[in-house]
Design a protein around this ligand. Structure first.
Ligand SMILES: C[S@@+](CC[C@H](N)C(=O)[O-])C[C@H]1O[C@@H](n2cnc3c(N)ncnc32)[C@H](O)[C@@H]1O
Length: 223
């Protein structure tokens, strides 16, 4: 990692590990679009909650019947998800510190990966692309990725353009990698993951500002 990327990662860690941020995410519950999706997909293998935050997706996956590996880069979130899932049998849930760009799991094992609100946190385009390939690596052939990520379709005026290639800086200098819907879907298609059903693009007015979102399910091609 370059010094610049390391400094950016430190700033992001300070944000995600802040007690208020952890407490906020721990208090959230899965949105209907995830619980509805989970009702439709078969439980035919383990699931990965990538960037699990405070564990709301992990709980939804467990309740649906999946065995779950929950992974988050930041220790505060790892501890929050561990605490939130402590009541489930230990054989059904593992919570591990790890990165989307270096997923701590074997190749081809997950029937479902949920990656909500995570991919745009890559500190640069290289890390972003590595995460796409990592998701493909851990999905089994025919497995699904439930993706929700911020995009560059609408840009918050408070974001500052960084060093190009999708890099933007929040007012507190925390980096985000924001790409167009087309660039995101192209990158996943290049890795062998294609949309199943429609894709949804919309703008959410969050307290931190407007955020364009792409939400879709992508399926890994059979080998
Ligand atoms: C917006 S929160 C979403 C949490 C959870 N998926 C949810 O829907 O509530 C983003 C999460 O991604 C984690 N994160 C940020 N960068 C990451 C990375 N490179 N690899 C794994 N997790 C990361 C953060 O620590 C945070 O918990």
């Amino acid at each position: 990692m370059t010094t610049d990327a390391r400094t950016a990662a430190d700033r992001a860690a300070a944000y995600w590990n802040a007690p208020d941020t952890v407490a906020e995410f721990r208090s959230l519950h899965a949105r209907p679009y995830l619980t509805d999706l989970l009702r439709r997909v078969p439980v035919d293998g383990p699931a990965l909650d990538l960037g699990c935050g405070g564990g709301r997706g992990t709980v939804a996956l467990l309740e649906r019947g999946f065995d779950v590996l929950a992974v988050d880069l930041h220790d505060g979130m790892v501890e929050a998800t561990r605490a939130r899932t402590a009541g489930y049998p230990s054989g059904r849930v593992t919570v591990r510190q790890g990165a989307a760009h270096a997923i701590p799991a074997d190749d081809g094992i997950f029937a479902l990966v949920v990656c909500y609100g995570v991919l745009h946190n890559a500190v640069d385009r290289v890390q972003w692309g590595t995460a796409v390939r990592e998701i493909r690596r851990v999905l089994r052939p025919g497995g699904r990725l439930a993706l929700n990520t911020f995009t560059s379709q609408t840009l918050d005026p408070r974001l500052r353009a960084g060093s190009g290639d999708g890099r933007y800086l929040l007012p507190d200098d925390v980096p985000m990698t924001l790409l167009s819907d087309a660039a995101i879907l192209d990158a996943f298609a290049g890795a062998g993951l294609r949309p199943e059903g429609g894709t949804h693009s919309y703008v959410r007015d969050l307290d931190v500002g407007p955020r364009a979102v792409l939400r879709c399910v992508l399926r890994r091609e059979e080998d």
